[in-house]
Design a protein around this ligand. Structure first.
Ligand SMILES: [Zn+2]
Length: 203
């Protein structure tokens, strides 16, 4: 009799375990917001006929296009060449409550030797560690392609970084004023590689 009870006990434990397993909630979808810097009347940097707003938009769209992971949703803040205030971008971000925001920009400097990829993160105590962790993963992946130099991730008081209630970074994917960077970030191959590496990093 005792053995029977023990077997029954074991069986019900096994059933319970199976039930728990079957009803385990699905892994929650990650929402990653990609903010293509500038847009519309705001072209951003405009150097040698290359417009920042166009580069950021192309890379943003490619990140979304390349994503085939059902657990990741890529949301583009602007999906076309439209003007958008920073305040509007922040309000979209804070309504979505995403896991991460990547605001894409390109850099420039009067010193044409200045080059490389750089991320800026908020100083906000709640989000700075996660932002920095993700920024460093992304920067390292981009640098590993051998096409971009590494610049240190730093905290910055940018409006978007200060006002978003989630991990966020401004990612400057290279310098339009540096010849090597410019050739890379304005080429289809370079833009595609940058998009693929950013996507790989957020998975
Ligand atoms: Zn910019």
């Amino acid at each position: 009799m005792k053995t029977k009870i023990r077997i029954l006990g074991l069986l019900s434990a096994a059933v319970l375990l199976l039930v728990c397993f079957a009803f385990k909630p699905l892994e929650e979808k990650k929402i990653i917001v990609i903010d293509a810097g500038h847009g519309g009347y705001d072209v951003g940097k405009d150097i040698y006929g290359f417009e920042e707003k166009q580069i950021t938009e192309t890379v943003a769209k490619q990140i979304k296009e390349l994503n085939d992971d059902a657990n990741i949703e890529i949301v583009l803040i602007r999906d076309g060449d439209i003007s958008m205030e920073l305040k509007e971008r922040v309000s979209i971000i804070n309504n979505l409550k995403p896991n991460l925001v990547i605001s894409i920009h390109v850099n420039s400097n009067s010193n044409t030797m200045a080059n490389g990829v750089q991320a800026y993160v908020p100083s906000n105590e709640t989000f700075k560690d996660k932002s920095k962790e993700m920024a460093e993963i992304i920067v390292d992946k981009l640098v590993a392609t051998g096409n971009l130099a590494k610049r240190n991730t730093t905290e910055a008081p940018f409006y978007l970084l200060k006002n978003a209630n989630c991990p966020i970074m401004t990612l400057e994917i290279g310098f339009l004023t540096n010849e090597k960077d410019r050739n890379y970030i304005t080429s289809a191959k370079g833009q595609n590689e940058i998009a693929a590496k950013i996507l790989e990093a957020v998975k």
